[in-house]
Design a protein around this ligand. Structure first.
Ligand code: CP
Ligand code: NVA
Length: 315
């Protein structure tokens, strides 16, 4: 079933958002439909305090602008409260275990924990040992909140997701992984185009291919052909050291005017941000009318509010 014919029920069975692998198409459609109605309430200035009295703790072991502010503002708009916990300031940064952190936070009545960290296993363990909902705010392997906001943005742009071709160019990283999963589950065509040696994780590719229409290629022409959206991300993700060999390999995968010209006539440009102009994308593309980067950034707020309501709200 595609998103347009889906009738939302206002609930999903999940307690956590860890990596999207265990989410069905219907779960994702629930999130996107609720995001649309929360966005409309936000735009109309209509109160929507669906998480009154709830608290979200936000653990950050990596930097953030969008994730931090959109979760914090999201909780505020939903009538709840948020706690910013930089791992530099809490004992986790000095070696306290995830298990102990999870058990302690559970004693204080926290309803949800958003965590941005390195290892996916830390996110999974937090969910295993805590009593609260856990939301993955980015790991080395996945960035599900960004992927949800991105497909929501594409739904708004095209009025459908079924058959929309999203081509991702560059490092086969956390963004590539989450876009493959989110796209495959919602009937999109996802093509990941990376240089040899920087392809996405083969296990995640295999899992995504089982779900839907996912291809991986080294050919920019193949990826750009018939694309409705061109997506890219930084050469070096947080926690990765700069490497001239990697930069050299990724440069031919830059999204520039020539690549955009190979795509569909009205293809849009997407980026999770932050962007490095002149590296993974050129100024004439990212700052053009085809670029929908700030819609994506705004939609982090609406998509995450929907996720929080469905995970932490009344069941
Ligand atoms: N796209 C994204 O997650 O941005 P931040 O790193 O600023 O949170
Ligand atoms: N791949 C990037 C995404 C940032 C939002 C990183 O992990 O740094």
């Amino acid at each position: 079933m595609d998103i347009s014919s889906y009738k939302p029920k206002g609930r999903i069975e999940h307690k956590h958002l860890l990596n999207l692998l265990d989410y069905s198409s219907s779960d994702i459609y629930e999130i996107l439909h609720l995001a649309a109605s929360l966005k409309s309430a936000f735009r109309r200035g209509k109160k929507h305090e669906l998480l009154k009295g709830k608290t979200l703790a936000m653990i950050f072991s990596k930097s953030s602008t969008r994730t931090r502010v959109s979760f914090e503002m999201g909780m505020h708009q939903l009538g709840g409260h948020s706690l910013f916990l930089s791992s530099n300031d809490i004992q986790l940064g000095r070696g306290e275990t995830i298990e102990d952190t999870a058990r302690v936070l559970s004693r204080y009545g926290i309803d949800g924990v958003m965590i941005r960290t390195f290892k996916q296993s830390d996110v999974d363990m937090l969910a295993q040992y805590g009593t609260f909902s856990v939301i993955n705010g980015l790991t080395d392997d996945f960035h599900p909140c960004q992927a949800l906001a991105d497909i929501f943005t594409l739904w708004e742009t095209y009025g459908r997701l079924e058959g929309v071709k999203l081509s991702y160019f560059g490092d086969g990283n956390n963004m590539a992984h989450s876009l493959m999963l989110a796209g495959a589950k919602t009937g999109m065509k996802v093509c990941v185009c990376s240089p040899k040696g920087f392809e996405p994780n083969p296990d995640i590719v295999a899992a995504a291919k089982k779900i839907g229409d996912v291809t991986v290629t080294n050919s920019v022409e193949e990826a750009a052909k018939d694309a409705d959206a061109l997506y890219t991300d930084v050469f070096f993700s947080m926690g990765q050291a700069k490497d001239p060999a990697k930069e050299k390999a990724l440069m031919p995968y830059q999204v520039n005017g020539d690549v955009l010209a190979l795509a569909n006539k009205n293809a849009v440009f997407m980026h999770c941000l932050p962007a490095h102009r002149g590296e993974e994308v050129t100024v004439d593309v990212i700052d053009s009318s085809r670029s929908i980067i700030f819609e994506e950034a705004e939609n982090r707020l609406h998509a995450q509010k929907a996720v929080m309501c469905l995970l932490m709200g009344k069941k």
